[in-house]
Design a binder for this molecule. Structure first.
Ligand code: XMP
Length: 512
């Protein structure tokens, strides 16, 4: 475990994850626990401080979630945010009531006690983001007001190491919010900010060695950033006890399979099984045109190939997987489970839960950008660190209709052009994804003196935070022109290029 940690108790605010991220940006390890977590779960982290998140309930309603008793008994610093502050006020003997005037959006907070450790070094007047219908109307004994806004007399309060703030320090609309969190972590809780990619790697390596002992570990390597980082971390911890299985389904983009083999086998000297199974996948896809059926076929074949290869390795005890923190949060907090379901179909290209291995999930508590930082620290090449997301079923969901070797070749050529031009324009990291889709549509064109009747490529480029919602990317005209010119000139069988201008929702990012 990291040497210093802060726990956020989650009362269901849409911003709870954001609090965790903001604290971690100060290199202090932070974890989100459901508000009713048992004390042992909380003690596992030996936290130096506690943050109570906001939440949709009203503190005074019967059955409203309450702060567990141990929080105020354990004598650690506590910061209550919004609903968290209201609970603190109410449970320590103060009063919370509906506000006469609800306060949503920007407000100006006037700091009444600038010498308070929480606000040290910050302006007397600062813009803050409010989102509440209740307010603290009576302070508990011993508390003082630290800040107010026009509509909220108690915008911040404190007694010793117990702090409450009515505004949201975790959102970008509270520009000094991150410093409030830093002050809490460093000055109130006494953290020093020692949690870095380097320290994470050290701790993980130790933990993995302890868990694995002399056992054998396998890992499904896809070439995506998550599985690549897992593979390198495990390799650093247990060296040749690790074997990576790369199922080459023949549905990757041009040059990708070779790049994966080169990076992991030749550069990193990882034991790598390159299961070249493109024939099997094409066979399974033969004649299938329905998108869901295609996804299922690829997912099922992947599991078969992976199992066959794993069986060949003799007795293997452990399976390492690249599960990330957002998925863990979504599957542990009941009120967040609906989000997990939306993504369920994306487990295509993943492994079932009932395999006979003990799971090792070293990235279980990391966000994507943290995984990238760890990857960099482990020496993963930049193009793999910043690789755009790529669907498990690969190009099978970008060749619309039946998948054939000829169509895959056409799509690979067009896709390479899209990626090259976006990269040349320096936009690769500006967009979430940019790729080509081969449509089963033929149209008439003219080339030289001749009439053509050929296929269409759709170009899809989107911006997104997390893939759950997306907007089409406003690529510069010159970039689109270069992509279009090059595709019709260089890719045989294509005489038309269209640009997809659908956001998600209502569209999805992939076409199938
Ligand atoms: P959609 O098409 O649902 O995609 O808007 C959202 C994001 O998820 C990626 N995606 C997948 N990733 N396995 C994956 O690992 C899958 O089966 C899968 N399908 C879609 C997609 O590329 C986009 O980034």
């Amino acid at each position: 475990m990291p040497t210093e940690a802060i726990v956020v108790l989650d009362f269901g605010s849409q911003y709870s994850q954001l609090i965790v991220r903001r604290v971690r940006e100060w290199h202090v390890y932070c974890e989100l626990l459901p508000y009713d977590s048992p004390q042992e779960e909380f003690q596992r982290l030996s936290p130096k401080g506690i943050i109570l998140s906001g939440g949709p309930a009203s503190a005074y309603e019967p059955g409203a979630p309450q702060v567990p008793e141990y929080v105020f008994r354990c004598r650690l610093p506590v910061l209550g945010i919004c609903y968290g502050m209201q609970l603190m006020a109410q449970q320590l003997g103060g009063q919370v009531m509906p506000s006469g005037k609800r306060e949503y959006g920007l407000a100006l907070a006037e700091i009444k006690d600038p010498s308070s450790p929480l606000f040290q070094g910050l302006p007397f007047l600062m813009p803050v983001w409010m989102s509440h219908g209740d307010q603290v109307t009576r302070l508990p004994a011993g508390f003082v007001v630290l800040a107010k806004t026009e509509n909220t007399p108690v915008a911040a309060m404190a007694r010793g190491d117990l702090y409450g703030i009515q505004f949201h320090p975790e959102v970008a609309h509270t520009p000094y919010g991150k410093y409030v969190l830093r002050n809490f972590a460093y000055d109130v809780c006494g953290c020093r900010g020692t949690w870095t990619a380097g320290s994470f790697i050290q701790e993980s390596v130790q933990r993995i060695r302890q868990q694995v002992g002399q056992g054998k570990v396998i890992c499904a390597l896809s070439g995506g950033v998550d599985s690549s980082v897992v593979a390198l971390l495990l390799h650093r911890a247990v060296g040749d006890q690790l074997t990576c299985i790369f199922v080459d389904n023949g549905l990757l983009r041009g040059g990708e399979a070779q790049a994966i083999v080169k990076a992991f086998r030749d550069n990193f000297r990882v034991n790598l099984v390159h299961a070249e199974a493109s024939g099997r996948f094409l066979q399974r896809l033969n004649g299938i045109t329905d998108p869901e059926a295609k996804r299922l076929a690829v997912g099922d074949e992947f599991i078969r190939v992976f199992k066959e290869e794993a069986d060949k390795l003799g007795h293997v005890e452990f399976l390492a997987q690249g599960t990330l923190y957002p998925d863990v949060i979504e599957s542990t907090a009941p009120e967040r489970r609906s989000a997990a379901r939306i993504k369920a179909h994306h487990n295509v290209g993943g492994l079932p839960a009932d395999l006979p291995f003990t799971l090792i999930e070293p990235l279980r508590y990391l966000f994507k950008d943290e995984v990238r930082a760890v990857g960099k620290e482990l020496g993963l090449p930049e193009d793999l660190v910043y690789r755009q997301p790529f669907p498990g079923p690969g190009l099978a969901v970008r060749v619309l209709g039946e998948v054939t070797p000829g169509k895959l070749e056409t799509l690979r050529a067009a896709d390479a052009i899209v990626r090259e031009e976006v990269q040349k324009a320096g936009l690769e990291r500006e967009v979430w994804q940019a790729f080509a889709v081969l449509l089963p549509v033929q149209s008439v064109g003219v080339m030289g003196d001749g009439r053509t009747y050929a296929h269409t490529i759709a170009v899809r480029a989107v911006t997104s935070e997390d893939g759950m919602t997306a907007d089409w990317a406003d690529l510069p005209r010159e970039v689109l022109a270069a992509i279009s010119n090059r595709i019709v000139n260089e890719v045989s069988g294509i005489n038309r290029v269209v640009y997809d201008i659908t956001s998600k929702p209502p569209g999805t990012i992939e076409w199938e």
